[in-house]
Write a new protein. Structure first.
Length: 310
């Protein structure tokens, strides 16, 4: 099995904004050469001048440093929006517009894959099971399918959906997630981008879930056909922490490389890409942030080396 380690640029938000800085940091200080670009770094609806300048710089720095920009991802800032589940039609149309603009920037960055959550219902809509809920759900699915078809026009071949622990944001169980992925792909057809799962190991934390559904390793073993990439974070299993893999966090954390590799080997997958997705408070000391990112990379590189993957 080919296991590759990369990183999301989500950890660079505000701290390392210039492409020359974050590409160099990832390559030289962290020793990684696979990057998932977070749209926290640039709003895909920015001015044409900014998008052109930024994307050109990213591609130049990646080429210069021999770094692969694997895919783009929604990021934290747009995740706070309701997007395709917004209670107002205008809000849902705005969500569609955001994703189409994201497809265009993905293409400008030279990537053929993007992903992320695609929205979440507000409480009132979610609780109204007999009317607004079903209407909004059907509308969101139709919009998602149309977006997957549009994606291919921008050269985007894969959409990595990130299921979250929040019930108002989509399926949260293994079975429902599998059913949803297969339903969307069946309805979208071959002319659309492939809809698969970016599995985040810290997203099985909803307290209403069964024991199996709260087990991240069970998700990998059950849904491996639909999981090309995995987001790595340390968590205590109670909340979506996005902790670094430090010695202190690992003592109380539930994510263990050996268990994860054992689950992957059971699936007999040919390849999987592991992407560190770690988030620190904005007020955290910058030097400590960088140290904990280095510790996290070293932790996973050691685990990969011990298994003979690198």
């Amino acid at each position: 099995m080919n296991v590759k380690l990369g990183i999301s640029t989500g950890f660079t938000i505000k701290r390392w904004a210039h492409p020359a800085d974050w590409v160099r940091l990832v390559k030289e200080e962290l020793g990684l050469d696979i990057i998932q670009f977070s749209f926290d770094q640039i709003d895909p609806r920015s001015t044409n001048e900014f998008i052109t300048k930024y994307c050109d710089l990213v591609r130049y720095e990646c080429d210069k440093n021999n770094v692969t920009l694997h895919s783009t991802f929604t990021g934290l800032s747009i995740y706070s929006h309701n997007l395709l589940y917004h209670p107002l039609l205008e809000g849902r149309l705005d969500g569609i517009d955001w994703f189409e603009k994201a497809f265009a920037v993905t293409q400008r960055l030279g990537c053929n894959a993007t992903g992320g959550p695609f929205g979440g219902m507000d409480i009132a809509t979610f609780l109204n099971k007999n009317n607004e809920n079903s209407i909004i759900q059907a509308n969101a699915e139709e919009s998602l399918i149309n977006l997957l078809k549009k994606a291919k026009k921008y050269g985007v071949m894969d959409f990595y959906w990130e299921a979250t622990p929040v019930e108002r944001e989509g399926s949260i169980t293994i079975k429902d997630t599998k059913d949803f992925i297969e339903k969307i792909n069946d309805l979208a057809g071959e002319e659309a981008a492939t809809f698969s799962l970016c599995f985040d190991v810290g997203h099985t934390t909803n307290p209403i879930l069964s024991k199996d559904d709260r087990n991240p390793y069970q998700w990998i073993e059950s849904l491996y056909d639909h999981i090309p990439i995995i987001h790595l974070q340390q968590t205590d299993g109670r909340l979506d922490r996005h902790w670094a893999f430090t010695e202190q966090n690992n003592k109380i954390g539930t994510i263990n490389p050996t268990k994860l590799f054992d689950s992957l080997e059971k699936t007999k997958k040919d390849e999987v890409i592991l992407l560190l997705e770690i988030g620190h408070p904005f007020e955290q000391d910058d030097k400590l942030v960088l140290k904990e990112m280095k510790d996290s990379v070293d932790y996973w590189k050691t685990a990969l080396s011990n298994k003979g993957y690198i």
